[in-house]
Design a protein around this ligand. Structure first.
Ligand code: TXA
Ligand code: MG
Length: 315
């Protein structure tokens, strides 16, 4: 797909769209974000409307650097050292909100915490720096659908109605890992592009994992999410004849549409391909997508999380 007529071609143009209170999608190293100036409620409201997102589900606030992040969140020593280890990068830290700092209440959905992230993608950081304010951005897909890892996915998802700053295909392909830091207590709220093992190795100890659907702390962790149109069937070694097949490692012979997340069983490659391949198999018109078993280690934790939500009963 070629750029839409309204797509900004430079970072300065994209920053101008945000400064005017508009929405602009942009690349991050995880997935594309649907950005708005996080200090303007009129702009942030457009994110919820455009995505069809429930208002109780707070947004991640993207910052250019640690200094900007500390303006909006209160960092304990613990939180600061985790940020120093992993920012810029695919980690969101949920910390107490600094009240009166100017963040729109719609970003936090009225919670007394805020999810902050300094992305690693250079275009994302330059965009935020050019705006000079934090950028609220959920994944740039209609609520409940597959997350976008290319500019074309964003254009397809919103029918070309949202301008996109094209930064190429996303390197990780999975959303950021979210951890809450409450004093000394660290809890993983969402598995993501930074494997929990890597965080635990840096900390020198294990971290707790939030119960699925644990009340308010991760209101975005809705059971059915990332849903293609086709049904999704997990842990399948032998797909049915009429199914599309999402393979991992050496695949069985299958005559239907087949894509392999990683022939060499590399979880990083599989993560990068996950949403894109689900979208392509969905476009094949198959009624059901069978997915090969994915080992539950390292990034496999996040891949399996997304697959479980993709296969959950739709409400
Ligand atoms: O990689 C990513 O994280 C991407 C890119 C664009 O940065 N963003 C993303 O946003 O995945 P979204 O809205 O699709 O997911 C954000 C998640 C939601 O599950 C939301 O509930 C949670 O973050 N969240 C945000 N603020 C929170 C808070 N204060 N407490 C608990 N969960 C929070
Ligand atoms: Mg999302």
């Amino acid at each position: 797909m070629t750029p839409a007529r309204t797509d900004p071609l430079t970072i300065a143009d994209a920053a101008a769209v945000l400064r005017d209170g508009g929405l602009c999608a942009f690349a991050t190293e995880t997935v594309y974000g649907l950005g708005a100036d996080a200090t303007r409620s009129d702009a942030v409201l457009k994110i919820y409307e455009t995505k069809g997102r429930p208002r109780f589900n707070p947004l991640i606030c993207h910052c250019a650097d640690m200094e900007m992040a500390e303006r909006y969140g209160i960092f304990s020593e613990r939180a600061r050292s985790i940020a120093a280890a992993f920012w810029p990068g695919p980690l969101t830290l949920v910390v107490p909100l600094r009240r009166g700092a100017g963040l729109s209440d719609l970003v936090t959905a009225g919670l007394d915490t805020v999810g902050l992230r300094v992305p690693a993608h250079p275009m994302a950081r330059e965009l935020i720096a050019a705006l000079g304010r934090p950028v609220a951005a959920p994944s740039a897909n209609p609520s409940g659908k597959l997350s976008p890892t290319t500019a074309d996915h964003v254009r397809a998802g919103f029918g070309g109605k949202v301008p996109v700053l094209d930064g190429g295909p996303c390197q990780s392909g999975l959303e950021s890992t979210i951890i809450a830091v409450d004093g000394e207590t660290i809890t993983q709220l969402r598995a993501g592009a930074l494997a929990r093992d890597d965080i635990e190795a840096a900390l020198g100890h294990g971290i707790a994992i939030a119960e699925p659907n644990a009340a308010i702390k991760a209101p975005g962790m809705l059971k059915s999410h990332y849903a293609p149109n086709a049904a999704v069937r997990l842990n399948v070694s032998t797909p049915a004849l009429n199914e599309a097949f999402l393979a991992f490692g050496a695949p069985p012979a299958h005559s239907g549409p087949t894509l392999n997340l990683s022939e060499t069983a590399d979880l990083r490659e599989a993560a990068r391909n996950l949403f894109c391949y689900l979208a392509r198999l969905d476009a094949s018109g198959a009624q059901s997508i069978a997915v090969a078993p994915i080992p539950h280690v390292g990034l496999g934790e996040a891949i399996n999380d997304r697959l479980e939500r993709a296969s959950a009963p739709r409400s």
